[in-house]
Design a protein around this ligand. Structure first.
Ligand code: A2R
Length: 320
């Protein structure tokens, strides 16, 4: 079985390659932009086929699909960072929506019918009322950022192409996921990196934070990539599934957890940095993944404590 991962050098892509390389009779091809940093996958290069593409360029997408003819596509490539989408909304919409459209159209023109897993997002739920949690897939989508709108469009486009052309598309709405290699722009990794910099004497013992009151539902990325695989093994084409831990904790609690794992915990001062606050922030993300659990038997196996410990160790290994 040939699996294609778009955005393979990204955070999730790198963990998905590791997971797929351990599966029997699976060949992996991964694609990313030629100038994308390969730090996340350097240790894996040579173990899978690596190609370059830009998904906003149809001919580039077409060529990759024509050469690989995959049985499964894990579509992870995206402008994935919410704050960037405020600064570059058109770029975000173009990359995420038109990039995915190019994949669908190339699949159609090549007359192939691979499973396609779409990495949609809990950000699509956006504004959620207190009586709506834990959030089910049927919740209204009220996106609060250009990124979230791009993911709603990806999601609905996936639904439409499944209905119109009978493509085997399964949509996953992952809630927050983290772990080693998470980009430093994301809150868990940003805090972990600052803590390690303080541990190593590279920064004053002052940790800059944004909105600590927001609540999030965290899953380890290694559990998430296993879910993506199961979505294509046991999911139903046309369906959408939440991938989450079924628990929610405040960013403040997550920070306390990280601090508790550091020998510097009693010496660090927390300071709010207004630059880290967003024009409109999602206050609570707390998912219900019963539908996916019942369909596939998936449940998270890695505790948040282990995820945070591994994330800190990742930064300790990177910062000398
Ligand atoms: O931006 P770069 O050069 O670092 O490359 C990113 C890649 N990517 C693209 N690949 C091909 N053509 C494009 N036009 C294009 N634009 C971006 O997608 C990067 O290597 C990858 C995405 O990886 P991350 O930003 O690390 O995202 P992460 O956390 O792995 O999320 C995976 C998926 C995304 O669709 C998120 O929106 C969703 O899960 O939550």
């Amino acid at each position: 079985m040939k699996c294609l991962i778009t955005g393979v050098a990204g955070f999730v892509g790198s963990h998905l390659v590791e997971f797929l390389l351990k599966q029997e009779e699976v060949q992996v091809c991964g694609v990313d932009r030629w100038y994308t940093k390969k730090d996340n996958i350097n240790h894996l290069l040579g173990q899978f086929e690596y190609r370059e593409f830009d998904m906003t360029d149809f001919s580039s997408v077409f060529q990759v699909l024509e050469k690989t003819k995959p049985d499964k596509i894990f579509h992870l490539a995206a402008q994935s960072f919410v704050p960037t989408s405020w600064n570059a909304p058109a770029e975000t919409l173009n990359t995420n929506i038109i990039g995915q459209l190019n994949i669908f159209e190339a699949v159609r023109q090549l007359n192939i019918n691979p499973w396609i897993q779409l990495a949609c997002s809990s950000e699509e739920y956006g504004l959620v009322y207190p009586d709506e949690v834990p959030i089910k897939e049927t919740n209204q989508l009220r996106p609060l950022s250009p990124y979230a709108v791009s993911k709603v469009a990806q999601d609905l486009l996936g639904y439409q192409y499944g209905q119109s052309y009978k493509l085997k598309i399964v949509r996953t709405r992952a809630f927050n996921h983290t772990g080693p290699r998470r980009g430093e722009n994301f809150v868990t990794s940003n805090f972990a990196k600052q803590i390690v910099e303080i541990e190593k004497g590279k920064r004053e013992p002052v940790l800059l934070v944004g909105n600590l009151e927001a609540k999030r539902d965290f899953t380890d990325v290694r559990d998430v990539v296993r879910a993506y695989w199961l979505a294509t093994e046991k999911g139903e084409p046309g369906e959408v599934y939440n991938i989450c831990s079924n628990k929610t904790i405040s960013i403040k609690k997550m920070l306390d957890l990280l601090l508790g794992l550091s020998p510097m915990k009693n010496k660090i001062t927390i300071k709010e940095d207004s630059a880290r606050l967003r024009p409109s922030d999602v206050q609570i993300l707390f998912g219900d993944c019963t539908k996916f659990r019942q369909r596939t038997g998936w449940k998270p196996e890695i505790s948040l404590e282990k995820t945070m410990a591994d994330l800190l160790d990742y930064w300790r290994g990177k910062i000398s």
